[in-house]
Write a new protein. Structure first.
Length: 238
């Protein structure tokens, strides 16, 4: 997982792509690699990677996103920085791309600096979300994203969960659907994401693929007490 220098993480709202992008970047940095996380999510600002900015800074990850008064600015202001980091061969780069095919359009603006030989574009699937309840809907979404970006996906990442209500059977069902989606597209399942402490018996051998354990960087407001600073109406920083 995250073996290529450039990794583009795509998926619908609620798929968990932002948590995966954030955690992936932090793990790369922890391994000693110079790492950048590029926030290309211009679809729904309250779910963006930049909400976890302090976690990334503390972990040694460079966050490339609008900041200050331009925090929610559009793509043109950010393009020069994105191009520069994508061309920097000394850095590993993870790109968190908008929550659906509309958000994915931004990739077209930087296509000329994306090295296809050293790039993965991974679709994150959570089959307990309304946009992707089954394999058919996942295939439709995958086709839409490929059409808009002009790029082929290179893998699937299974992230089916119900937060604290997640059980082994929930994870297994999601992995099986992710595998069926991948098989239909001729792609590998790159891995399985699961929050730390949830169904702890699952490991790399359980389903024969790497498990990425996630630390929840952005929490729902109702998970925290009143003293925690809010970021947008839905999420707070720990």
């Amino acid at each position: 997982m995250f073996q290529k220098r450039l990794t583009i993480v795509v998926g619908h709202f609620g798929s968990g792509k932002t948590e995966i992008a954030v955690n992936g970047a932090m793990k790369l940095a922890a391994s000693g690699l110079a790492t950048s996380l590029v926030d290309l999510d211009f679809v729904k600002p309250y779910f963006r990677s930049r909400s976890a900015g302090q976690f990334l800074k503390d972990a040694g990850v460079e966050l490339v996103s609008p900041d200050g008064e331009n925090e929610y600015a559009d793509m043109p202001m950010l393009l020069p920085r994105v191009r520069a980091v994508a061309k920097d061969l000394s850095r590993h780069v993870i790109m968190d791309v908008g929550g659906d095919d509309t958000g994915a359009k931004v990739l077209g603006s930087i296509a000329d600096v994306l090295d296809s030989q050293d790039l993965d574009m991974v679709l994150v699937l959570n089959f307990r979300r309304p946009f992707t309840p089954d394999v058919e809907s996942a295939l439709i979404m995958a086709s839409e994203i490929e059409g808009v970006t002009g790029r082929k996906l290179t893998g699937i990442l299974s992230n089916t969960h119900l937060m604290d209500e997640t059980t082994f059977d929930v994870v297994k069902d999601g992995f099986e659907k992710a595998s069926a989606t991948a098989l239909a597209m001729g792609l590998p399942v790159k891995g399985l994401a699961l929050e730390e402490g949830v169904v702890p018996e699952i490991n790399d051998e359980t389903f024969g693929c790497p498990v990425l354990r996630l630390s929840r960087a952005v929490r729902p407001v109702f998970d925290e007490g009143p003293q925690v600073r809010t970021v947008g109406p839905l999420f707070v920083l720990k």
